[in-house]
Design a protein around this ligand. Structure first.
Ligand code: NAD
Ligand code: UDP
Ligand code: UDP
Length: 342
């Protein structure tokens, strides 16, 4: 019949809408807020590698252009300097909402800004998701459990959080972000996913971001003593970044799944800070020392994820132990510390 070319286009478009379940969808338009940061930049690498178009929205508070510089010439990549506290209009299929400082030193630096980012930033991204019908994923945190009275922590645990403390801008902020996410789901029909991420480390963390793994590694490489806060007997469970973001694992799996969550995403391997210092010492420098410093207020005494929900519903499980993961971040830190000296 007439109009061959246009009917081909129309039927191709129609066919792509009728793809059978399990067949890959055409490339998606994905926005990653906070995509110039540590976790976000690794996620961006994965999304571009699988063929998606990626827009990073970041105000560069803790993120760095260098983290995504390798993609700047890629036509499927776009970097927008924007603060999520302000509204933004975009046309996208999926939103990974990561924008928020994650290190206690950074989030306490300007607590009002932190809670605005968590509340107004999340509200704006949910408003965007509602307007364009995009699926929205929130990177929440193990901090929603506060100083937990249940150990290890299951998703069903409601937490033990100080609402007026110095960490509240972050942990109450993330709790509110979870509330907004569920209310936009129930009230406005937005498709949502919630990940509760436990302490994650790896290449591209800020050298001096104040988190314990980056501190201990940078201090040891600079021949400074590792600063152990308090008695060093408090525990955390450390997850290597690839276990969190990779295509077959973690965040992308959750986004593509039919499950809302929340899901704990973390490595159940639990260490005291003194045990962590010992592993850093064995990995980097047998002559490394520790020095004790007073602890910060409201520091959670212990933290360890129960990941049975993610295991059974997402078939997700971290693979890289602390002893395997640490050496992979050391070369990145070594290189950046050398660059500093030049
Ligand atoms: P990060 O500090 O490296 O990255 C955060 C990014 O968000 C940065 O690029 C920063 O510039 C950007 N950002 C901050 N405020 C913004 C704003 N108002 N507007 C636009 N961009 C803004 O931290 P990360 O470790 O990569 O954490 C990413 C996300 O994962 C955060 O939401 C964090 O709460 C969550 N998370 C991380 C961990 C972890 O251990 N890394 C644990 C739990 C939760
Ligand atoms: N918003 C945005 N981009 C959009 C749509 C909405 O930034 O594409 C913001 C909007 O400015 C508002 C928030 O998201 O501050 C919540 O939007 P919603 O439509 O849910 O609420 P309303 O605008 O009715 O208060
Ligand atoms: N910590 C430490 N030395 C440091 C930085 C942190 O002993 O140089 C401790 C801190 O008191 C806490 C744990 O390490 O008990 C984890 O702190 P981090 O800031 O990495 O993350 P959090 O899990 O508290 O958000």
């Amino acid at each position: 019949g007439g109009g061959g070319a246009s009917s081909v286009v129309v039927s191709a478009a129609a066919a792509s809408r009728r793809l059978p379940v399990g067949v890959r969808k055409p490339p998606l338009r994905v926005v990653v807020t906070g995509g110039a940061g540590f976790v976000g930049s690794h996620l961006v690498d994965e999304l571009l590698a699988r063929g998606d178009s990626v827009i990073v929205v970041d105000n560069f508070f803790t993120g760095r252009k260098e983290n995504v510089a390798r993609h700047l010439a890629d036509p499927r990549f776009e970097l927008i300097r924007h603060d999520v506290v302000e509204p933004i209009l975009l046309e996208v299929d999926q939103i990974y909402h990561l924008a928020c400082p994650a290190s206690p030193v950074h989030y306490k630096f300007n607590p009002i800004k932190t809670i605005k980012t968590n509340v107004m930033g999340t509200l704006n991204m949910l408003g965007l998701a509602k307007r364009v019908g995009a699926r929205f994923l929130l990177t929440s945190t193990s901090e929603v459990y506060g100083d937990p009275l249940e150990h290890p922590q299951k998703e069903s645990y409601w937490g033990h959080v100080n609402p007026i403390g110095v960490r509240s801008c972050y942990d109450e902020g993330k709790r509110t972000a979870e509330t907004l996410t569920m209310d936009y789901h129930r009230g406005a029909g937005v498709e949502v996913r919630i990940a509760r991420i436990f302490n994650t480390y790896g290449p591209r963390m800020c050298l001096d971001d104040g988190r314990v793994v980056s501190n201990f590694v940078a201090q040891t490489l600079r021949k400074q003593p590792m600063t152990v806060y308090g008695d060093g007997k408090q525990t955390r469970s450390f997850q290597y970044v690839s276990d969190l973001v990779f295509l077959v694992d973690g965040l992308i799996t959750l986004m593509e799944s039919e499950h809302i969550g929340p899901f704990n995403l973390g490595n159940p391997g639990e260490f005291t800070m003194l045990e962590l210092a010992q592993v850093v010492k064995e990995t980097i420098d047998p002559s490394a020392r520790v020095e004790f410093k007073p602890n910060t207020a409201d520091d959670p005494h212990m933290r360890k994820p129960d990941i049975s929900k993610a295991k059974s519903l997402l078939h997700w499980e971290p693979k890289i132990s602390l002893k395997q993961g640490l050496p992979r971040m050391v070369s990145d830190f070594q290189k950046r510390i050398m660059d500093e000296k030049r």
